[in-house]
Design a protein around this ligand. Structure first.
Ligand SMILES: Oc1ccc(S)c(O)c1
Ligand SMILES: [Zn+2]
Length: 260
């Protein structure tokens, strides 16, 4: 509905800084206009290989909840697709809304989803660490997956069951043997474009790979995200909701599709 778009354009409480980085030419998220995306026959299938034993912990960083992975070796990696190198999985996290009418960061022809998953990988061929890679134009590759309201998602439930343990900012809990490929849709189709982190430092270092198909989760699973808090224990409670960044200008960019 129109009000949810106006809301998205307001200076969101989470981003006290300007909505767009001054001088930024490749900011994220963007609205992907399906008809303007260009099929690129040279885009290869994305190759994904995650090792569940690299899963370390879940923690609430005050923006979202992150599941972090051990990334000292090429155990959980992606390659192919638009990528020239192999990228290592560092963490995944989500962005979501207070209600099901909004929550995703990217939109497809202005369609908003209730939530969006980001699987964050760094270019371990060219750089020594995630911290180095996050400053480089080809440093990161993030797979974006839309969540839509529908059937219960069996793979997500292990994550949902752990959330009460990280209700407050800076809480962390061990989380082992989780394979995030269970959160990916089976359809291989994706869009890809050059963009940025959507949380500070907003660096323009991300090759975005946005999956065309959403995964389905049920209402209780989305509500579990909304019981998290931005705040630390003892502080006045602020529910962790609407942790998405408003849409950014496409500027001089083309979105390519892996499908016709
Ligand atoms: O490392 C990252 C942090 C946050 C976000 S939104 C990313 O896409 C990558
Ligand atoms: Zn993100």
């Amino acid at each position: 509905t129109c009000c949810s778009y106006r809301l998205r354009d307001a200076l969101h409480p989470l981003w006290q800084s300007p909505l767009s980085v001054p001088g930024g030419t490749r900011q994220s998220p963007i609205d992907i206009q399906w008809r303007d995306s260009i099929f690129d026959p040279y885009l290869r299938p994305l190759k994904i290989s995650y090792d569940p034993d690299t899963c370390l912990h879940i923690w609430n960083n005050g923006y979202s909840f992150l599941v972090e992975f051990e990334d000292s070796a090429d155990k959980s990696i992606i390659m192919g697709g638009p990528l020239e190198n192999q990228y290592r999985l560092k963490q995944f996290h989500f962005h979501w809304g207070a209600i099901n009418e909004w929550g995703s960061e990217h939109t497809i022809d202005s369609r908003v989803y209730p939530a969006e998953l980001h699987l964050v990988h760094w270019n371990a061929v060219k750089y020594e660490s995630f911290e180095d890679a996050v400053m480089e134009g080809n440093g990161l590759a993030v797979i974006g997956v839309f969540l839509k309201l529908g059937a219960y998602h069996d793979g997500l439930q292990k994550l949902v069951d752990a959330l009460p343990a990280v209700k407050h900012k800076d809480e962390i809990v061990e989380f082992d043997s989780f394979d995030p490929s269970c959160l990916l849709p089976s359809c291989p189709d994706y869009w890809t474009y050059a963009g940025s982190l959507t949380t500070p430092p907003l660096t323009e270092s991300v090759t975005w790979i946005i999956k065309k198909k959403a995964i389905e989760v049920d209402e209780d699973q989305l509500e579990a995200f909304r019981m998290l808090l931005f705040t630390s224990p003892g502080e006045e409670e602020k529910r962790m909701v609407d942790n998405f960044r408003p849409l950014q200008p496409l500027m001089n960019r083309t979105v390519r599709s892996s499908f016709q």
